[in-house]
Design a protein around this ligand. Sequence first.
Ligand SMILES: [Mg+2]
Length: 189
Amino acid sequence: MSPLTRAGATRYLASRLTNEVVVANLGQASLDLLAIADRPLNCYTFGAMGQCSSIGLGIAIGRPDVRVICLDGDGSLLMNLGSLCTIAAEAPRNYVLMVWDNEVHQTTGGQPTATARRASLVAIARGAGIEKGLEVRTRDELERAVDRILAEDGPFVVVVKVDQGSTTAAFDPDVIGQPARFRKALAAR
Ligand SMILES: [Mg+2]
């Protein structure tokens, strides 16, 4: 079991952010980000399971001057593995896909995903053609990975193994106001 928690890793990443766009997967990733580090340049993908990596890719292609960091989940990325092939083909240098891999579908009750058995999302990403794939299991590895994704050209896929546990954050989405705030903040960048 990984010593990292999703909330702790989210808090560390947020402490390093300046003016990056962060696109958060529905469920746990969005809830933790909303509670820990809400900011106008966060894009919460309410209700769009599997689409976090693709929405972030579209933003990265449309705004090559802005670094885009997606915070996906293992269950959601496994629903949209074709996204990795598109990321590899388009290869935007400003694109980072981080995956909180807790090896379960946390929001729906903790059913194991394929990463709990034999699947490696980093290996799948490499097979899709993404050369910069990192697997993170410790705080030191997380710090080194964040150093790289904030300084180097991507695309990156960073799979962060985190322990299981539901967020304690309350679900209080503003599905009209938050996307409007995000679009306004991105346009002002
Ligand atoms: Mg999961």
